[in-house]
Write a protein that binds this ligand. Structure first.
Ligand code: EPZ
Length: 419
């Protein structure tokens, strides 16, 4: 019987929990190891399926990867491959993050087109246009993106709209390019500043990361470094929602509260009492939550990666709330599953209307993508009767480290079976 997560809801979560390192910071940081003929040591790396996938891809490219329990050493001194094959790339779109480093390091790359996923088509045209602006010749053949450049040249890049991995790919490519690269309309997610900080500790010259305009002055080589991955702001936001939906009182440790301003603002508006210190956030649910609207937006707006989790919270709120998903065209796969648990959600295009109900009831449901599975966990925790059984939980394990164990440590009745 395949592995499932079982939840008996209705228990207010209480206690302290520690966030793991951020998946969406660890993945580009791992890809950055390709830029260096030497050792990059990363600390606080989360134990996730996606991290294992990136590790397998880097090993295929000749990077020596060692270590576990959060600290890994990556040494690309003898890396000599520039071909990222379909069977590795197809399981994780973030594999596209090796494209920029490979072109910068080897002057060429052949990376399988990542293809779409459950939440949308997710093209990489902006990545490709930017590499071409830096002097690369890029073409598509047999489902692969092939790029060649004697040496990338600094350029002024204007992104038509922000792209997180696009900004990261070009930042990494620009680090070893000849001259200065300016990225305008760059993505401003904290994970980008984390990558820039790591690259600068390796001898890169990057300014403005975290703002919409990033300047990179190319250097000829980088030096070994050790870097600690930032905490996962989406995992932290998920625990705030868990406190809210169960009427609990949870303190999340090792946070950067400043990464969650938009999430905290909406959660407080929904009635969750939030207190925060330098590196911790305390969230307490107070009875039924108020209905609150959200519109997802690039950082510093409300993150699309918290949309499904916030929707779960709103299914039990007092009133009618709307969710506008402006980033991805198909990020409502959790809705039919939430409705199986008694939620009242109607969809039109990129807009969901949620009518709060008195209670959810546990049911067998199916995870469809990473954040949808987190949404189902939250709904299961908030269900006042019945048992929730979530299948296809490999989606959950892509982006959450031991989420069921951490929630159980807060008193949640949640466990795994099968597998
Ligand atoms: C990153 O994906 C994250 N993944 C996603 O997290 C996150 O949802 C997303 O940013 C938005 O915040 C990683 O960092 C590994 P985008 P990315 O390029 O970079 C369109 C999770 O759950 N677009 O910022 O792929 C695109 O289709 C994952 O942890 C183009 O049209 O997202 C989307 O509609 C899911 N052409 C929008 O822009 C391009 O060349 C934003 O995409 C690039 C993007």
């Amino acid at each position: 019987m395949p592995e499932r997560v079982i939840i008996e809801g209705g228990v207010p979560l209480r206690g302290e929990v520690t966030a793991s390192g951020a998946k969406n910071a660890a993945l580009p940081l791992m890809a950055a190891s390709l830029l260096l003929s030497g050792e990059l040591i990363l600390e606080n790396v989360p134990g996730l399926r996606d991290v294992m996938t990136m590790r397998r891809l880097l090993e295929h490219l000749g990077v020596r990867c060692q270590g576990e329990n959060g600290t890994i050493s990556l040494d690309a001194s003898s890396a000599d491959m520039w071909d990222a094959p379909y069977d590795l790339v197809k399981t994780m779109r973030a594999s596209v993050l090796v494209l920029g480093p490979l072109v910068a390091r080897f002057g060429r790359a052949r990376v399988s087109q990542p293809g779409g996923c459950a939440i949308g088509a997710r093209p990489i045209n902006r990545h490709i246009e930017a590499l071409e602006a830096m002097g690369a010749t890029v073409w598509l053949e047999h489902g692969y993106v092939v790029a060649q450049a004697d040496r990338l040249k600094g350029a002024e890049i204007l992104f038509e709209a922000p792209t997180v991995t696009g900004t990261e790919n070009i930042m990494m490519a620009a680090v070893l390019a000849d001259g200065e690269t300016t990225m305008i309309n760059a993505a401003m997610e904290p994970e980008i500043a984390d990558l820039a900080d790591a690259l600068n500790s390796m001898g890169a010259r990057i300014e403005g990361a975290g703002t919409g305009e990033i300047r990179v002055t190319g250097v000829t080589s980088l030096v070994p470094a050790t870097y600690r991955v930032m905490p996962d702001r989406i995992e932290i936001g998920t625990y705030i929602a868990a406190a809210g939906i169960t009427g609990g009182d949870v303190t999340i440790l090792k946070c950067v509260p400043g990464h969650l301003k938009a999430v905290i603002e909406r959660m407080e508006k929904a009635g969750i009492v939030i207190d925060k210190g330098k590196d911790w956030i305390r969230a307490a649910g107070e009875g039924r939550n108020s209905a609150v609207d959200i519109i997802t937006d690039p950082y510093p707006g409300f993150p699309t990666d918290m949309q499904a989790q916030f929707m779960a919270l709103m299914t039990l709120s007092d009133g009618i709330s709307t969710v506008m998903e402006t980033i991805f065209e198909h990020r409502f796969m959790h809705v039919p599953e939430l409705c199986r648990m008694g939620a009242d959600v109607t969809l039109s295009e990129r807009r969901a209307v949620i009518r709060g109900v008195k209670g959810l009831s546990g049911a067998p449901v199916m995870a469809t993508d990473l954040r949808a599975s987190a949404s189902l966990v939250l709904a299961g925790l908030g269900a006042s009767e019945g048992v929730t059984e979530i299948s296809r939980i490999y989606h959950l394990d892509r982006g959450y480290e031991k989420l069921d164990e951490k929630l159980a440590s807060l008193g949640g009745r949640i466990w795994r079976t099968g597998g």
